[in-house]
Design a protein around this ligand. Sequence first.
Ligand code: SF4
Ligand code: SF4
Length: 76
Amino acid sequence: MAALTPFLAAQTGCSESLTGIDTFSVLSSRCTGCGDCLTACSYGAISMSSGSANISSSLCTGCGKCVNRCKHSAIS
Ligand code: SF4
Ligand code: SF4
């Protein structure tokens, strides 16, 4: 799996944090503020600010549920 990590990162746009966990971030220009990702996240890693979702890299486990939930491809 470790050998696949760079490939997956390139495909998803996710980044590896200092903890070694691949975390996700929100592209604010695509985010509509619908809030669907908040309900998908079981770790309280997503908050809303100024009508856009934000992901805390320190709380995100990289599970990817929010990515699948977002209909606007705003999370990568
Ligand atoms: S689901 Fe997507 S569009 Fe909706 S708030 Fe989350 S990131 Fe933004
Ligand atoms: S990848 Fe998982 S833990 Fe991280 S913000 Fe999305 S749903 Fe939450």
